[in-house]
Ligand binder design. Structure first.
Ligand code: AMP
Ligand code: SF4
Length: 461
């Protein structure tokens, strides 16, 4: 759950990177960093543990003067939330200076880290990304940079979309399964890269194409970009949850407009679990797009019965449960004018722990709703994500602990229905099991960290 942004060869590279990260703030709110490659091949860095607008408030961008820069917004999925872990991570290795920004999660990072430490490596952060840096640093100093990066990445397993900036080139990489998004665009003569295309829109850049699964794009500062496919081919498995919740609806992700896909999820949901009601109420913002589709398909008018305070961030994205509980209350309010005496269908994207839905349902009832039917535009969340989206362990996932009727009575609704996995794929318009859907299906395309440990133990035996 992070956002990446790169601008290559532009006089206002850092400023544009800042704007691109601003547009992608929803991908991570714990920290932000920008590294700039200066004309004299030195690097400048600014990072902080706050929102993009706060870290760069009144910032003097002449302190980031270079023509190429990479940036990152962070939400912790591996490693702690200290400033050291805010990316890009910058280091000096035998191959020169390097800055690295990573979206995704490595599943064999702990093992590699232990081995590297035993071998004398000194780690400055607790993030899995630093493992990649160490692996690059440890390749023989006489091999070309591309080969060093390829050899390092061949040792890691998991999800990675990466920006790796050296003093003479930028490398843009997507893991062979293509779990996390990464797009390339053009701004005049300059090349840009971002996790989501909404960043390009803000800059006035044009989307060119997605970085393909397993592709390494090398962009020299004084030459043409080259593309390589150096990794063993794997079944591609882009994350379906980007479409369900994570990406912004105005973005193009995995070559599809998120808004259209999400709206269609609402259409499929209404087809599968229609119920008589007076109004459809979206949970803002996460349920809005699917609710539009639901309302259209069910021919039930959409009303804004829940209002969101926009000055509160994503409550879920607060790492502490105590803050999260408080956050749900200050984030939404019910509008009795709209709800009183009505049978309502409330639409949201997912139920994770059940905290949000339970509080919202009680708010809707307090505001006078006669019946509350909850419709969820994805299947029950049954397992954690190991590939870069923060989901709690199984014991905290309500759908892994309770049946659907039990969840319904826990959150206090008259009826509860989820979109089926088939319906979800229908909405995305992709053949079933062509994407990662592990948090819903339990089928982990790259395996889980526990499975890796088990395989290792079996090999040792
Ligand atoms: P909960 O209270 O734990 O059931 O939170 C569920 C809400 O959090 C959903 O309605 C989503 O909008 C949002 N959500 C679901 N998955 C995630 C996630 N991995 N990260 C952040 N927010 C999420
Ligand atoms: Fe996405 Fe879920 Fe797969 Fe994680 S487990 S990559 S959230 S689909």
């Amino acid at each position: 759950m992070c956002g990446l942004m790169a601008v290559v060869d532009h006089p206002e590279a850092a400023n544009l990177t800042y704007l691109g990260l601003y547009a992608q703030q929803h991908r991570g709110q714990e920290g932000v960093g920008i590294v700039c490659l200066n004309d004299d091949r030195t690097f400048s860095l600014k990072k902080g543990k706050a929102l993009v607008s706060d870290v760069f408030r009144d910032y003097d961008f002449s302190k980031l003067p270079g023509r190429t820069s990479v940036g990152h917004v962070r939400y912790t999925t591996a490693g702690g939330s200290s400033l050291d872990n805010v990316q890009p991570i910058f280091a000096e290795i035998s191959k020169g200076r390097v800055a690295i920004a990573h979206n995704g999660n490595l599943i064999n990072a702990d093992k590699l880290r232990r081995e590297l430490i035993q071998d004398g490596a000194i780690f400055g952060t607790s993030s899995d990304t630093e493992v990649i840096l160490h692996l690059i640093a440890r390749t023989p100093s006489d091999i070309p940079l591309e080969e060093a990066v390829i050899s390092a990445l061949q040792q890691v397993q998991g999800a990675y979309s990466l920006l790796i900036l050296f003093s003479d080139r930028l490398m843009v990489v997507r893991d062979p399964a293509g779990l996390r998004p990464l797009a390339l665009g053009k701004l005049g003569e300059s090349l840009v890269a971002a996790s989501e295309t909404c960043a390009f829109d803000l800059l006035g850049a044009e989307y060119e194409r997605d970085v393909l699964p397993g592709e390494l794009v090398v962009i020299p500062m004084d030459g043409k970009a080259k593309s390589y496919f150096p990794f063993k081919k794997e079944k591609s498995a882009p994350c379906i949850f980007e479409h369900v919740y994570f990406a912004r609806p105005d973005s193009r992700v995995f070559e599809q407009n998120v808004y259209s896909v999400r709206r269609q999820m609402g259409v499929e949901l209404a087809r599968e679990s229609h119920i008589e009601a007076d109004i459809v109420v979206p949970v803002p913002d996460s349920g809005v797009t699917a609710a539009l589709g639901y309302s259209e398909q069910a021919r039930i008018p959409l009303e804004l019965g829940l209002i969101r305070n926009h000055y509160v961030g994503r409550t879920f994205i607060e790492p502490m449960q105590s803050i999260r509980d408080f956050g749900v209350k200050i984030k939404h309010n019910a509008n009795p004018e709209v709800l009183k005496g009505k049978r309502i269908v409330v639409v949201d994207d997912s139920i994770v722990r059940g905290t949000t839905s339970r509080k919202l349902v009680s708010m809707l009832r307090d505001a006078g709703a006669k019946e509350v039917h909850m419709r969820i535009s994805s299947p029950p969340t049954m397992g954690p994500c190991y590939y870069g989206i923060d989901t709690p362990e199984k014991d905290q996932l309500i759908a892994a602990q309770k049946s659907i009727p039990e969840i319904g009575s826990y959150i206090g609704v008259d009826s509860l229905a989820y979109l089926s996995l088939e319906g979800l794929y229908k909405a995305v318009g992709v053949e079933q099991s062509k994407m990662c859907d592990a948090c819903f299906s339990g089928e982990y395309p790259l395996g889980t960290p526990q499975q890796l440990v088990q395989i290792k133990q079996e090999q040792l035996l």
